[in-house]
Design a protein around this ligand. Structure first.
Ligand SMILES: *[C@@H]1O[C@H](CO)[C@@H](O)[C@H](O)[C@H]1NC(C)=O
Ligand SMILES: *[C@@H]1O[C@H](CO)[C@@H](O)[C@H](O)[C@H]1NC(C)=O
Ligand SMILES: *[C@@H]1O[C@H](CO)[C@@H](O)[C@H](O)[C@H]1NC(C)=O
Length: 426
């Protein structure tokens, strides 16, 4: 008859009481916690999420109320939501960055989100991203950090629409293209760690790269007319020994003992590589009048603490807190070079068809020493116990991981551009 017997009722009631008590003790700290991290609950508790069937007007409405956001400075706050995807659901994560599958035991690194100082950073919306890229080709051009960001983006987008690999070429699949049929969107990756013409670790001479600073690397530049959006991401390869050429002559080198060239470091070289790249894009847009958006991801700092093949090379399991770590030295200089290159290009161009933006991810990435694969670049590195010597990757980022935030910001940049171009039309 549906009547619960006294004993059953008792245990049920006991269960509810336990649950309520648990809820009380669980929610008090949660509220305190929320208050600590969200001092203005009215402003931040209900972020407006764009629905999956985003209409252009939704973008307009949301952005109209907010000034452009500076995503550069902020802090990492706990996020119980966790990532949009995981290593099981996404099939395009490179082995070395699939930390969970490789047995990384601490998963706390998945539960953080970037909170810019003066605004909010909405959760990634794959349908909005694809909507904005409809009938477009987005190319990532650069080194393995470009690949890291591309693979994050593919995973984020695959939660809404699964891409089809339509092209692959080169050793280690250095050139690949995916296609999202329902949006006519292409996303590709071009391996070009200097952007300019370069010979990696030339076989002929000693162990150094050769860079030709006044020539773009044709492996990507030849396809430029087919891109509507380009994400540039380079830096780490400039630290390697190299000989530099300009106008057909050696202009110097970086760490080339025995070669009798002048040591000129790599900062000016990076500057020149960006300049050659951006000037070529500007010229191309001027002559062809086809629109291109260029986004330059700033330098992504690494977090080695001591030798790279020693146990515990990047041992942190939590982000740095506010004020705990500042960007300095080489990391700061490399970032600055990217920022300045984009500012100079903006001043030089003023073309309606060319939009330029620095994706300033250096600081937010610096504050994530916990986001690297470390020893989990290889599967189950400690299956036979802890070893003193173990290879560590403290440069790239686990997926899911902090690099997902770069794409969150990329989406916000694209949304702002869309909003601005609509304003102009009106
Ligand atoms: C990954 O996501 C799938 C689908 O949401 C879920 O079933 C699975 O448990 C997740 N795996 C991990 C390791 O979180
Ligand atoms: C599909 O996208 C490409 C850019 O990748 C564009 O050139 C082409 O015009 C698009 N096709 C249609 C039918 O819009
Ligand atoms: C090194 O370069 C200088 C200037 O180009 C030249 O005078 C000198 O002979 C060179 N030394 C050697 C060992 O090649």
């Amino acid at each position: 008859m549906g009547i619960i017997s006294p004993s059953k009722y008792h245990s049920f009631y006991f269960h509810v009481k336990k649950l309520l008590r648990w809820m009380f003790f669980a929610t008090v700290p949660l509220l305190l916690f929320r208050f600590y991290f969200y001092p203005h609950p009215i402003l931040h508790s209900h972020p407006v999420h764009i629905s999956s069937s985003v209409s252009p007007s939704t973008i307009e409405k949301e952005d109209a109320n907010e000034p452009p956001c500076d995503y550069t400075n902020g802090r990492w706050v706990h996020d119980t939501n966790g990532p949009l995807y995981n290593g099981t659901t996404c099939g395009t994560i490179k082995e070395g960055q699939n930390c969970i599958r490789h047995g990384r035991p601490d998963l706390g690194f998945l539960y953080w989100r970037w909170r810019p100082e003066q605004c909010k950073l909405p959760r990634f919306e794959p349908n909005t991203f694809l909507q904005l890229l409809r009938n477009k080709h987005l190319a990532f051009v650069g080194d393995s950090m470009a690949r890291n960001q591309l693979e994050s983006l593919l995973c984020l987008l695959a939660t809404a629409s699964v891409p089809k690999l339509v092209h692959r070429d080169g050793e280690n699949n250095k050139f690949r293209r995916w296609y999202f049929e329902s949006y006519n969107t292409s996303i590709s990756i071009y391996w070009s760690p200097f952007l300019v013409k370069g010979v990696e670790k030339s076989k002929s001479g000693p162990d150094h790269n050769e860079l030709y600073l006044d020539h773009l690397d044709e492996k990507w530049a030849a396809d430029m007319d087919g891109f509507q959006v380009i994400v540039l991401s380079i830096g780490h390869w400039f630290l390697h020994p190299a000989v530099y050429y300009e106008d057909g002559h050696v202009i110097g080198c970086h760490y080339c003992p025995g070669l009798n060239h002048t040591e000129i470091g790599f900062y000016d070289v990076l500057r020149k590589a960006f300049k050659t790249t951006l000037n070529t894009v500007i010229e191309r847009v001027k002559t062809k009048r086809n629109g291109i958006d260029v986004i330059l991801a700033t330098f992504s700092p690494s977090h080695f603490e001591g030798e790279w093949d020693k146990f515990g090379a990047c041992p942190k399991t939590e982000p740095y807190g506010k004020g705990e770590k500042s960007l300095e030295g080489m990391d700061a200089e490399m970032r600055q070079i990217g920022i300045e290159a984009m500012e100079a290009a903006k001043l030089n161009s003023y073309l309606h068809e060319l939009r330029l933006e620095a994706l300033d991810i250096s600081k937010l990435s610096l504050m994530r020493p916990d986001g690297h694969p470390g020893p989990y670049m290889h599967p189950n590195p400690f299956a036979n116990g802890i070893t003193e010597r173990v290879q560590n990757d403290c440069v790239h980022w686990c997926l899911p991981g902090p690099v997902d935030t770069w794409n969150q910001i990329l989406l916000e940049v694209m949304k702002r551009w869309e909003y601005e171009s609509r304003q102009e039309e009106n």
